[in-house]
Design a binder for this molecule. Structure first.
Ligand SMILES: [Zn+2]
Length: 191
């Protein structure tokens, strides 16, 4: 992790342009009393700086934890949405999956010390109908992009195969298959 910002240890405000002059000006104008309260090179000042440093790193790791929690929750929501769409279920089934997940976890983790924490993570899982819809749209868009980039971008031509038939209930069914042709472009290059 890189910290490109310059943060004041005493008041935690950010100094816009991290230049020596700016930092000095901030210290002199905002913390004029600091030198009197904690005289330079004194043991008191050393201790104060150490304390302020650990406070700041504690806060920063708290934020890192929160961000990684949000990231894992989003990933989980994508994974469940993937299962839902793979099984051709309705987008609104996400809510049912979550309910089942909470019920199962309630007994599965009964004797776990961090049961409350596990349950609250599951409860925070975003699986509403609109969320699942958005996740599926995002995955479909990503897949399309990958296809264009990896395969179709290298093709010179492709073919569509169409076939129509009727099923047992006499309803017309159409099958469309898409065949891309990388071979032709390779052959052309070799001649
Ligand atoms: Zn400050």
């Amino acid at each position: 992790m890189t910290f490109s910002k310059c943060v004041c240890l005493i008041c935690q405000s950010t100094i816009a342009i991290p230049k020596k002059g700016n930092v000095e000006r901030h210290f002199r104008t905002v913390h004029g009393k600091y030198d009197t309260d904690f005289p330079p090179k004194s043991e008191l000042r050393k201790r104060k700086v150490k304390e302020l440093k650990s406070q700041l790193s504690g806060q920063q790791s708290f934020f890192t934890q929160q961000t990684s929690k949000a990231k894992t929750a989003t990933e989980a929501s994508f994974r469940v949405s993937h299962i839902i769409v793979n099984n051709k279920k309705s987008f609104k089934d996400g809510e049912m999956v979550k309910e089942a997940f909470i019920e199962a976890a309630d007994s599965l983790f009964r004797d776990f010390k961090n049961k409350a924490e596990i349950l609250s993570s599951i409860k925070a899982l975003q699986l509403s109908r609109s969320t699942v819809t958005r996740r599926c749209e995002a995955m479909a868009e990503d897949l399309t992009q990958q296809l264009w980039k990896d395969i179709i971008g290298d093709c010179e031509c492709f073919s569509l195969q169409l076939d129509e038939s009727t099923d047992v209930s006499d309803t017309a069914q159409m099958c469309i298959s898409f065949v891309w042709c990388l071979v032709i472009s390779l052959q052309k290059k070799s001649y």
